[in-house]
Design a protein around this ligand. Structure first.
Ligand code: RB5
Length: 150
């Protein structure tokens, strides 16, 4: 499994914690930036970069971090094919994969403590899409995307 990481300045430190966690677990990742926390950057740039990498299959999944997890997820979700879930608890992390087939996860550094954030990442990585009745609903989401893409 290969994961794409991205953040803005508000999520930079959490992204680094996640990178350390992935290193410890021996999980491959690519960090799409930014490369330092000092500069204020625009989260849509990094949300799009990681989302592009997921749809182009450079990576299998993406994990994003900003202050709340919200802005960067909104940007990622504009890329067709992306289902990016903003998550602040372990149950939702599991469900976002099991039922919604989320291919990206977004976390808020100003919302979550390090411990919970890493538990969420672990739960999300280790949960599989259940398919079955959920496939029909995910397909319906894809149809909406198609209908509204010009
Ligand atoms: C940056 O200050 C902050 O707005 C950003 O990290 C994020 O929380 C936006 O959704």
């Amino acid at each position: 499994m290969k994961i794409g990481l991205g953040s803005d300045h508000g999520g930079y430190n959490l992204k680094k914690e996640i990178a350390n966690y992935l290193d410890e677990k021996g999980i491959e990742y690519v960090d799409f930036g930014p490369n330092n926390s000092l500069e204020s950057v625009d989260y849509p740039i990094y949300g799009e970069k990681v989302a592009d990498a997921v749809v182009n299959k450079e990576v299998d999944y993406g994990i994003l971090c900003c202050g709340t997890g919200i802005g960067i997820s909104l940007a990622a979700n504009k890329v067709p094919g992306i289902r990016c879930a903003v998550v602040s608890d372990v149950f939702s992390a599991k469900m976002s994969k099991a039922h919604n087939d989320a291919n990206m996860l977004s976390l808020g550094e100003r919302v979550l403590g390090r411990g919970l954030a890493l538990e969420i990442v672990e739960a999300w990585i280790n949960t599989e899409f259940e398919g079955d009745r959920h496939s029909k609903r995910v397909d319906m989401i894809k149809e909406i995307e198609k209908k509204h893409s010009k």
